[in-house]
Design a binder for this molecule. Structure first.
Ligand code: FES
Length: 157
């Protein structure tokens, strides 16, 4: 849609960070999609902070750049448009709602499944937004959907 920014070809900097967009590119859409070293990413701008995550949802590869942003249990989250999984922008934690067995009223509360979606480091220099990919020696569930070739072979959104 017209609200979705798409960045120009990323440029690598000396320290390994990659320029993915200008700050002004976030003015309208508050998000851009980009590819860094064959990895599809989405960068969200929310309340003065940039958050870079793997673009494909850890559940089944859904397009997180098309997800709604919501405040859930005090954390800013993206809701995957495919099956409404909830992912915290700052940490990549998967959140789910359940009732606390200790709570006699069984009030629904939000719990964390742990980090499921890989997040990447962002920095801002001279009006440019840079991403440094996180250490891939540790596996996160979203890694299974992170490569471009997979996207092409599955012919998803
Ligand atoms: Fe994201 Fe299923 S693919 S919730």
């Amino acid at each position: 849609g017209q609200w979705l920014g798409i960045s120009a070809a990323p440029v690598a900097d000396d320290d390994g960070s990659v320029l993915v967009a200008k700050e002004e590119d976030f003015k309208e859409s508050k998000r851009i999609r980009t590819t860094v070293k064959d990895r599809e990413l989405v960068v969200f701008y929310n309340e003065g902070q940039y958050h870079a995550l793997d673009l494909r949802c850890y559940h089944a590869g859904g397009p997180l750049h098309l997800g709604d942003i919501e405040d859930i249990g005090g954390q800013t989250c993206v809701i995957c448009p495919w099956h409404q999984y909830t992912i915290a922008l700052a940490t990549g934690e998967g959140l789910y709602q359940g009732s606390d067995p200790q709570d006699p009223l069984r009030t629904k509360k939000w719990f964390s499944k742990g980090v499921k979606q890989r997040v990447h480091n962002t920095t801002v220099k001279n009006g440019g937004v840079y991403v440094t990919l996180s250490d891939t020696s540790i596996h996160f569930d979203s890694d299974d959907y992170a490569c471009e070739k997979l996207k092409e072979s599955e012919n998803t959104v």
